[in-house]
Design a protein around this ligand. Structure first.
Ligand code: FES
Length: 120
C-alpha cells in the first residue's frame, strides 16, 4: 500500500487512489482559506488543489504518481500557475508509491511560502 506523508500525518491508500480524495478523507487542509468552499470539487478546472509531491521511497516520482494528463497540464499552464513550477493538481493525481506532500500558500496553492510540510 502506498504511504503518504502530509501535514504531520502518515497514512496509506489503495494503489491508484485519487490524491485529493485521500487527503480530504484524512482531514488534511488541502484547499487554502476560502478555496475550501470555492473549488471545482475535483474536476481539474479550478487549480486550488495544487501541491508539491516528492517520492519518499525507492520508487521514482514518475512511478509513484500518475503522469499529468491534458486537463491538469492545461490548468497548470494558466496563471497564477505555471508549468515551470513544481506542482501537481491533487485531484488529477493517482498514487502508486510512497510520497511526501507539501502545500504552499495562495488561494490556488501557487505561492512560495510553505503552508504545511509532510512532517508538520
Ligand atoms: S479541485 Fe479543482 S483543480 Fe483540483
Amino acid at each position: 500500500m502506498p504511504q503518504i506523508k502530509a501535514q504531520g500525518q502518515i497514512f496509506t491508500c489503495e494503489p491508484g487512489a485519487n490524491l485529493r480524495q485521500v487527503l480530504l478523507k484524512q482531514g488534511i487542509a488541502l484547499h487554502n482559506d476560502r478555496s475550501q468552499w470555492i473549488n471545482c470539487r475535483g474536476i481539474g478546472t479550478c487549480g486550488t488543489c495544487a501541491v508539491q509531491i516528492v517520492a519518499a521511497g525507492a520508487v521514482p516520482l514518475e512511478m509513484a504518481v500518475s503522469a499529468p494528463q491534458w486537463r491538469e497540464t492545461t490548468r497548470r499552464s494558466l496563471p497564477p500557475h505555471s508549468l515551470t513550477q513544481d506542482r501537481r493538481l491533487a485531484c488529477q493525481t493517482q498514487v502508486y508509491g510512497d510520497i511526501e506532500v507539501t502545500k504552499y500558500d495562495g488561494f490556488w496553492g501557487q505561492g512560495e511560502q510553505v503552508r504545511w510540510l509532510p512532517q508538520s
